[in-house]
Design a binder for this molecule. Structure first.
Ligand SMILES: Nc1ncnc2c1ncn2[C@@H]1O[C@H](COP(=O)(O)OP(=O)(O)OP(=O)(O)O)[C@@H](O)[C@H]1O
Length: 323
């Protein structure tokens, strides 16, 4: 018996350039030398702002798009030279409305997709029924999809991604536009997929979602990898970019805080509030402690948005996290 591949996804020095369509347009380097490994059975988050290159990478992995240079392998098969070996191993789910046929029913959508993967007859009917049941769509199985709510369409997308029983599932912003309950159910689903032994690559803008479901997270920005590591390790690093905001702080206390080693900057706003930008993970507690000791009661800790974290990370390049 052959032993399973240790890595479900191996990406090395991957680039993708989109040529310009008009003379006036510059070519776009969507991926600029991505290295990424995802262990078999792992849930791996790809986290990055708009335009980071996440969708481009997902498309290359699912053989929809060719790389410009570098290599990408799925379960040991090169996506560019062996797409036929890759296709049955991989399922892809895009968020939003892309890829569903609204004028037909969920059963027919799944039937069409299953047929593309070579399923037919009883096997296809059984698989379709199982998935409709799993995603709570059995009662609406024969209604037209275009009358469905966003959450139902999203569940149908997920069902579609599983039609071929793929070993590797790519979820491109699967919770975009989901309400909180649906997003919670999604997290449960990802845990189930992992328990079934599948490898999941999930793209998101949402750090909390990545922390909740992922074993490993890779941060990407402008086509490059900024850092990769366990989400709790990355989150701890990100906490080094927290801000503390407070009002009613005397000039003497503010000066005292400014002197602390882990304080990057301290600004006072026109309305008398202060904003303290932290530059070391354990400084937030120290700043809060000093403010409380000085009798300040109006204070808050603000975790920066991803865009801000990226900005800091890009400035502080070299803080690569390894496994
Ligand atoms: N077909 C295309 N032609 C030209 N440029 C493209 C094409 N597809 C993507 N790009 C560009 O490549 C870059 C990366 O886009 P991509 O969609 O991969 O990013 P993303 O991280 O998925 O962003 P988002 O979160 O907004 O979906 C962007 O600058 C985008 O404009």
């Amino acid at each position: 018996m052959t032993s399973p591949q240790p890595y479900a996804i191996e990406v090395t020095a991957l680039t993708r350039v989109f040529g310009s369509r008009k003379r006036s347009e510059a070519a776009v380097s969507a991926l600029r030398g991505i290295d990424l490994t995802v262990r078999t059975g792992e849930v791996h988050g790809l986290l990055g702002p708009n335009g980071a290159g996440k969708t481009t990478l997902c498309k290359i992995l699912s053989t929809v798009l060719l790389p410009s240079s570098g290599t990408a392998r799925v379960c040991g098969h090169d996506v560019a030279t062996s797409p036929r070996a890759v296709k049955p191993l991989i399922g892809i789910v895009f968020g939003g409305d892309r890829g569903l046929y609204g004028r037909i029913t969920p059963r027919q959508n799944l039937g069409l997709w299953g047929a593309l993967y070579g399923l037919h007859g009883r096997a296809l009917a059984r698989r379709t029924d199982e998935l409709l049941e799993r995603f709570g769509l059995s009662e609406r199985a024969d209604d037209r999809v275009d009358g469905f709510s966003r959450g139902m369409k999203q569940r149908l997308h997920l069902a579609r991604g599983l039609v071929s029983d793929p070993k590797v599932l790519i979820l491109d912003e699967p919770t975009a536009g989901m309400d909180p309950l649906a997003a919670y159910e999604f997290r449960t689903l990802v845990h189930e997929l992992r328990a079934e032994g599948r490898t999941v690559l999930v793209t998101t803008h949402d750090l909390a979602e990545a922390e909740a479901v992922c074993d490993q997270v890779t941060l990407v920005d402008r086509g490059t990898v900024l850092a990769t590591g366990r989400p709790d390790v990355l989150a701890r690093q990100m906490s080094a970019y927290e801000r503390v905001e407070a009002s009613g702080v005397s000039a003497a206390v503010a000066d005292d805080l400014r002197q602390l080693a882990g304080v990057r900057s301290l600004d006072r706003t026109a309305d008398g509030r202060i904003s303290v930008e932290i530059s070391a993970a354990d400084t937030t507690g120290e700043v809060l402690g000093r403010l409380v000791a000085a009798g300040v009661t109006s204070l808050a800790t603000v975790r920066p948005g991803l865009a801000e974290v990226y900005r800091h990370m890009v400035q502080d390049r070299g803080m690569q996290v390894s496994r």
